[in-house]
Design a protein around this ligand. Structure first.
Ligand SMILES: NC(=O)c1ccc[n+]([C@@H]2O[C@H](COP(=O)([O-])OP(=O)(O)OC[C@H]3O[C@@H](n4cnc5c(N)ncnc54)[C@H](OP(=O)(O)O)[C@@H]3O)[C@@H](O)[C@H]2O)c1
Length: 352
């Protein structure tokens, strides 16, 4: 028995250190315990991965949760499961296909008609590194679903968000935005050779440019907008990548992945943090790497590009209400950060 004490204590120490290291590397749980009773949260892509766990955690905290998904069978099943596990009956499944302007408009119209308020909009849905393809309206799938669809949805819900202020928009981007470039000559990969990695990076860069530009336009409204990278999370996002099916990654490299890759529950924590943290109520126009505010890549800070992207996006989705605000205006000089008090099965093995 005494012979076992040393190996058992070494094993215990190694396990304890691994858990601590994992928490350190992956960011750990949301530090805020705030409840959101009486608040309505709309979240896209909520039937799986980070979105589903975000919906679950926010349901636990007492919110009214509207899960927007393209597959109603999966969405109803996830909503049912979350209602059961949280004992919160106010979790609802609604249809939205972000690859269809018509579907996005119909979803927004229903929310605007049926919901008294929208306190938080979490633009979470995405596809990563899928084969070349176009949305119903002819946009590149990743640009259309990940960015343009959320651009349109957010704009269509803005009045409701403003009426519910203080309210928050949370956009899921990715650290790979640093590799992104906005190619205004061919946003939809119609002319150049399709590169699925670059298409994903472009879409995630576009989300940060959109976040900053929207924050600027919403100054003084009490609606904040921030973007985040959730970390590297074990979800099905990588289903189109080689690593996803690799034997090497599922066997030899799995101990390293254990340390570096988070569960969807942990992956949801940054979205939960940006939703509930009291100290973020007036923080807007920022980018969070997990739960730490960071400056995004230089190309995400280019306001001329952000304004140009906004205008082109509005015309692509026929958003008539959009008025361009010149980058050189007075408001443009006071873009971000804290608003004044008077006035926010196998896993993904790639960096995504
Ligand atoms: N996992 C990571 O390591 C990681 C890293 C950085 C950033 N992110 C970001 O985190 C967010 C969540 O990703 P995840 O890892 O949770 O991925 P996921 O498990 O693949 O979930 C993506 C969700 O988006 C939905 N979706 C895809 N296309 C859609 C469409 N046309 N209309 C409506 N919904 C659609 C999916 O629905 P279906 O189930 O019907 O496909 C699914 O519910 C994404 O924005 C992703 O870019 C993730």
């Amino acid at each position: 028995m005494r012979r076992l004490i040393l190996p058992v204590s070494v094993f215990g120490t190694v396990c304890g250190c691994a858990v601590l290291l994992k928490n350190r590397v992956t960011g750990g749980p949301c530090p805020s315990k705030a409840k959101i009773i009486g608040k309505t949260v709309v979240i896209t892509g909520a039937n799986a991965g980070i979105g589903k766990e975000t919906a679950r955690e926010l349901a636990k905290r007492g919110g009214r949760i509207i899960m927007g998904c393209r597959d109603m069978e999966k969405c109803e099943a996830a909503a049912r499961e979350i209602r059961g596990s949280t004992l919160n009956p106010h979790v609802y499944a609604k249809h939205i296909d972000l690859a269809s302007v018509k579907s996005i408009r119909s979803f927004a119209e229903k929310i605007n008609r049926e919901e008294k308020r929208v306190d938080v909009l979490i633009n979470n849905a995405a596809v990563m590194r899928c084969p070349a393809g176009k949305t119903e309206d002819g946009f590149d799938t990743q640009f259309g679903v990940n960015y343009l669809g959320h651009f349109l949805l957010t704009n269509l819900l803005l009045d409701k968000l403003k009426d519910s202020a203080p309210s928050r928009v949370i956009n899921l981007s990715s650290v790979v935005h640093i590799l992104g470039e906005i190619d205004f000559t061919d946003l939809n990969w119609d002319r150049k050779k399709f590169d699925t990695k670059k298409a994903y990076c472009q879409s995630k860069l576009a989300i940060i440019l959109f976040t900053r530009e929207l924050a600027r336009r919403l100054e003084g409204t009490g609606v904040t907008v921030n973007a985040l990278h959730p970390g590297v999370v074990a979800t099905d996002l990588g289903r189109h990548t080689g690593m996803h099916q690799s034997q090497l990654s599922s066997t030899v490299l799995s101990p390293f992945f254990y340390l570096l890759i988070k569960s969807p529950e942990l992956g949801a924590q940054p979205s939960v943090y940006l939703t509930v943290a009291e100290e973020l109520e007036r923080v807007t126009g920022c980018y969070y790497d997990v739960m730490t505010e960071k400056e995004p890549a230089p190309q995400a800070l280019d306001q001329e590009v952000a304004v140009r992207l906004w205008d082109i996006s509005a015309s692509m989705v026929s958003l008539e209400t959009t008025v361009s605000v010149p980058a050189s205006s007075e408001a443009a000089r006071t873009v971000k950060h804290n608003l004044p008090a008077a006035a926010d099965n196998m896993t993904t093995m790639t960096t995504s």
